[in-house]
Design a protein around this ligand. Sequence first.
Ligand code: RB5
Length: 191
Amino acid sequence: MLGLFKSKDKIDLSIILSQHLNEPDCFLGIFSTTTIIYLPTSMKIGIAADHGGFELKEKLKLQIEKLGFEVTDFGAEAYEANDDYPDFAIPLAKAVGAKKIERGIVLCGSGVGACFTVNKVKGVRAALLTETYSAHQGVEHDDMNIICIGGRVVGDQLAWEIVQAFLQANYSGEERHERRLKKVKELEKEQ
Ligand code: RB5
């Protein structure tokens, strides 16, 4: 199970914790006074960035790992002012397309180049994000599997909130969303 516990009142942490404490494969965290995030830490996460997103990638990777996730880093391994975003975005996108990685985070200066690059890989559904609503709604409705962030555009804290919203969201699988995604997948087959 993956999800959010929401309550109009303050959550009784002891009840939630007692229900899930014996599950080794989950992270429970307090998101706000009324919401707890509950994530399966077995979810495979990948991250990649060129020089434009390198610094933010390093910070986000540490923060995600602190939640208990294993993060596969597709590079860059070090800051290199002249490196090229496709060299890191493509391997991550291929891993997501092959379902070896369930959720990907890709960064460059604006997020633009990284975003159109990963969207060329079959099975990838990526979007460039600057706010949190689309980070969860894109998963819930569109089964988005990669988010793209501009390291020169989005501040550290907002980027972290975008990542958390993305990781804690689930695809709803509702009929209307399945119907729409089927049309997208048919287009993909024509390419
Ligand atoms: C690199 O300087 C920059 O052009 C690249 O990171 C990115 O913004 C492309 O979309």
